[in-house]
Design a protein around this ligand. Structure first.
Ligand SMILES: Cc1cc2nc3c(=O)[nH]c(=O)nc-3n(C[C@H](O)[C@H](O)[C@H](O)COP(=O)(O)O)c2cc1C
Length: 141
């Protein structure tokens, strides 16, 4: 059986770059200081590949009733389709924030790490520049 180490949330990582919208769902995410976060975006993710140090991205911790957002962003690739066609979101700088999420964070990418064993993946280390929270329960599994 695969290791399921912790409880997970569904987090939408989304932004606009060169007029193209990118978005994916990330469960492997954690807070790494009061105002910093880490997210493991695998080599398969186009969203992850296009994130560079200094970028401003949106990270939305989804609410338990946002399965539709998980379905829209959590499969297929952002360069093939417009994943945002049926999603309600708000743009803040280059960050795309999902409406009605539990937490909506505007994140500055401080570094993109390639650690031993996960060199091909992108471990995003980000500073939370600003955020808004709602009372809604987070999506967890
Ligand atoms: C519930 C859920 C959790 C996921 N968690 C992660 C994750 O932590 N890291 C990751 O790289 N992909 C994760 N994925 C898969 C990506 O969201 C998926 O590969 C997506 O299609 C990538 O889109 P992109 O190529 O447009 O970036 C998850 C998918 C789902 C449905």
């Amino acid at each position: 059986m695969e290791l399921s180490a912790f409880n997970y949330g569904a987090n939408a990582v989304s932004y606009i770059k060169n007029e193209k919208k990118y978005g994916m769902i990330c469960a492997w995410a954690m807070q790494a200081d009061f105002d910093k976060i880490l997210m493991l975006l695998g080599a398969q993710s186009v969203t992850g590949k296009n994130i560079k140090k200094g970028d401003i991205i949106g990270v939305s911790a989804l609410s338990e009733n946002q399965q539709d957002v998980v379905d829209a962003l959590g499969s297929s690739h952002s360069d093939d389709t417009n994943k945002f066609a049926n999603i309600r979101y708000t743009t803040k700088d280059s960050a795309l924030l999902i409406d009605d999420a539990s937490n909506c964070m505007v994140v500055e990418v401080l570094d993109v790490l390639h650690l031993p064993g996960i060199e091909e993946d992108n471990l995003i280390y980000g500073l939370v520049r600003s955020y808004t929270s709602s009372d809604s329960k987070k999506y967890t599994f």
